[in-house]
Ligand binder design. Structure first.
Ligand SMILES: Cc1cc2nc3c(=O)[nH]c(=O)nc-3n(C[C@H](O)[C@H](O)[C@H](O)COP(=O)(O)OP(=O)(O)OC[C@H]3O[C@@H](n4cnc5c(N)ncnc54)[C@H](O)[C@@H]3O)c2cc1C
Length: 397
């Protein structure tokens, strides 16, 4: 069967939803098609590892309401081929989609462990993954969380919060190592342990298999760990298979210009899959966070509908870890020069990441409403040092 749309969006996630709504705002008569592999219509992904577990949100709350854009949604369909010269995409069932302009909003794919652990080993990314984990995460259930980054840290806190016995396994020295300064990262390990999480740093999962009613993991210290379910958050890679097949320029994602257009004039890219230039940081970035997905999706949608402008936003991101939380902007990398300014050590404060005297990243730890002030600081030429940054944020509005 052939479908014909003026605008075709490949992927039906957060960037896709923002793009469809933006196209509709600019072009009231737009004919928009959206093809998504998942069975659910576009939804907010961040609550999968936090708000849904705390009960702050229910499943009905995370639907993004994409229908309001008037896009025709093809759910449960994966685009497997893209002919950019002919302007035709094809899905796995053989249907074709003819388009005038196309957005790649294919997101990212979780890294996988190199073994099959069966139904109870979950590489966490989607609503289906959340529902699968939720089935096993009964109070008292023994669950392994593999990975000490964003997703692992959030899931360990959430699972522990619903009464599971959690073992957290990761190869680094501490939770969030490389991102948080050493003292804060050590404090986090203790914070998790005090809340009952069995934090095992410096440990790699080297193998595993499904067992009757669980998963058995082989660890780098030679031990075996038997759990009722294991959930992995090992980072993601940009979902570029289609872009590669179509011959688009790639470099850690789909390379886009200031308008988020790819190397092919009628194809844009936005969200986790896109590699864009950020003027404030003076470098290319690929950001795997909600604010980037939504703002880029919106920007690309407007550009596709004819409103040309440069995307120069510096996205922020956030996380919740038990009752701790933060917002952050720019590069959080402890290889930069780190300046810590705590109002209360590891409870409330600001961490700055500097490169040759310029602020390149700001971590606002339990410090709120400072994202714009942090962005402004990153745009300033400096130079800054620790003395100049002490007490600089928070700024009153
Ligand atoms: C558990 C979790 C918690 C998170 N928490 C936070 C947070 O606290 N703060 C924050 O800032 N960010 C967070 N993020 C990151 C944020 O959710 C992502 O950055 C955002 O969802 C990216 O949006 P996207 O549209 O680029 O990709 P996605 O939302 O991943 O959507 C891409 C969609 O495209 C589909 N797709 C891929 N290829 C094809 C194809 N060929 N054909 C059809 N469909 C295809 C995929 O199945 C997917 O549904 C979290 C992510 C996860 C997984």
């Amino acid at each position: 069967m052939e479908h014909v749309h003026d605008y075709l969006i490949v992927g039906a996630g957060m960037a896709a939803d923002a793009a469809a709504k933006a196209i509709r705002e600019v072009d009231a008569a737009a004919d928009i098609g959206m093809v998504g592999e998942e069975s659910a219509p576009p939804y907010q992904r961040p609550p999968l590892s936090k708000a849904l577990w705390k009960g702050d949100k229910q499943l009905a709350d995370i639907d993004l309401g994409t229908a309001a854009s008037g896009a025709t949604l093809y759910q449960g369909r994966r685009i497997v081929a893209l002919d950019r010269a002919a302007h035709v995409a094809r899905d796995g069932q053989g249907d074709t989609y003819r388009y005038r302009r196309l957005l790649l909003a294919t997101g990212a794919t979780p890294r996988r462990l190199p073994f099959e652990g069966g139904e109870r080993l979950i590489h966490f990314r989607t609503l289906d993954d959340y529902q699968r984990l939720r089935r096993y995460a009964q109070p008292g259930a023994i669950i392994a969380v593999i990975g000490g980054g964003f997703i692992g840290a959030e899931l360990a806190a959430s699972l522990s919060g619903v009464g599971c016995k959690v073992s957290m396994l990761f190869p680094d020295a501490h939770i969030g190592a490389g991102r948080y300064p050493d003292g804060l990262a050590r404090h986090l390990d203790d914070y998790y342990r005090q809340r009952g999480v069995d934090v095992r740093s410096g440990v790699r999962v080297t193998g595993g298999k499904s067992t009757d009613g669980g998963v058995e993991l082989a660890l780098s210290d030679g031990s075996l760990l038997r759990v009722e379910a294991a959930v992995a958050g090992l980072g993601v890679t940009p979902a570029t298979a289609l872009a590669e097949q179509a011959g688009l320029k790639l470099d850690n994602g789909v390379v886009v210009d200031a308008q988020l257009r790819s190397s092919e004039p009628d194809i844009w890219a936005a969200g986790d899959v896109a590699n864009f230039f950020n003027p404030a940081l003076d470098r290319r970035l690929r950001v795997e966070h909600e604010d980037a997905a939504v703002s880029m999706g919106r920007h690309a949608g407007r550009a596709m509908a004819g409103i040309a402008a440069s995307y120069d936003a510096l996205p922020f991101f956030y996380s919740d870890l038990f009752d701790l939380g933060y917002e952050a902007v720019g590069l959080l990398d402890t290889r930069l020069d780190v300046v810590e300014d705590w109002r209360e050590p590891y409870r409330e404060g600001v961490v700055y990441y500097l490169e040759r005297g310029r602020v390149r990243g700001v971590l606002l730890w339990n410090t709120w409403d400072q994202v714009d002030a942090a962005r402004a600081l990153i745009a300033e030429a400096g130079p800054f040092d620790a003395a100049a940054l002490k007490g600089r944020l928070p700024r009153s509005a």
